[in-house]
Write a protein that binds this ligand. Structure first.
Ligand code: OAD
Length: 243
């Protein structure tokens, strides 16, 4: 099937879909200038996740971890949603049922207007107290290092799911419910290597959904998808909605 007819098929599927779930990863924000994790210039090529994105690393050296997150906050603060984020945001008004599951912590889906979403790895613009556990918005750039809780004086940490930590129960439940009821699932810009999100396509597939992958390259989950479109998310995702 050529790219044109593949696109037409997906447009048709979307036109008749009742329940749509979208799963996104760092690739959708790459077009906004946010670095991915595993690509040529990916963050995990230059930094060790064990030193920066684990509860043990934070216990050992909270200053180092906060300096890294402050650097990422400074970078992300300059970025804006791109046409792929905008197209995904518009989808929540098009379908009877819609849910967006994002692994991204950059907040760009919210900035684009998405509200029906689970940010399963957290949000870089939120902080959580290590003492009283309260979660608050924090847009300070730069953020004070070390930042302290205004309620109890405890040390704040990024509200991010680090390696070795579990997803919030409500995010997992909302994601699984959406995947199990979807008749179409778009998987955009993720390498499909980090669980549980790496298993989400299989859940949708088992539920009978038509699965579309949009990515620069083939990925770990390409073998399970019905159709793969290779290219930049910002070019492809808006096209899907042009019926
Ligand atoms: P990765 O960096 O592992 O993968 C990014 C994917 O996006 C790759 O498959 C690229 O081919 C693809 N890609 C890059 N640019 C693209 C573009 N312009 N259009 C479409 N696709 C493009 O990122 P994730 O899969 O999101 O965890 O990584 C999953 C998790 O691992 C992240 O959420 C993060 C990381 O450790 C936390 O932050 C907790």
């Amino acid at each position: 099937m050529g790219t044109g007819s593949t696109l037409g098929l997906i447009q048709q599927k979307l036109a008749s879909a009742r329940s749509v779930t979208v799963l996104t990863g760092a690739g959708i924000s790459a077009d906004s200038g946010v670095p991915t994790f595993r690509g040529a210039d990916g963050l995990w090529r230059n930094f060790r996740a064990e030193d920066l994105a684990t509860p043990e690393a934070f216990k050992r050296d909270p200053r180092l971890v906060w300096e890294w997150y402050n650097w990422r906050r400074e970078l992300i603060a300059t970025k804006r949603p791109n046409p792929a984020h905008d197209a995904v945001a518009s989808m929540e008004h098009r379908f009877d049922q819609f849910w967006l599951i994002t692994q991204n912590v950059d907040g760009l889906h919210r900035d684009a207007g998405s509200r029906k979403l689970s940010e399963i790895h957290g949000n870089i613009w939120m902080v959580r107290c290590t003492q009283c556990r309260c979660v608050t918005d924090n847009r300070d750039v730069p953020i004070a290092i070390l930042p302290l809780c205004s309620n109890c004086g405890g040390l704040l940490r990024p509200h991010i799911v680090w390696f070795g930590e579990s997803l919030a129960e409500q995010d997992l439940e909302a994601s699984e419910a959406a995947l199990e009821s979807s008749d179409l699932c778009l998987i955009i810009g993720t390498s499909g290597l980090v669980y549980p999100a790496a298993g989400f396509g299989a859940i949708a597939k088992q539920a009978g959904a038509f699965i579309v992958e949009i990515n620069l390259d083939a990925t770990a989950q390409s073998s399970l998808v019905d159709v793969a479109l290779h290219g930049r998310a910002k070019d492809i995702v808006p096209l899907l909605l042009q019926a």
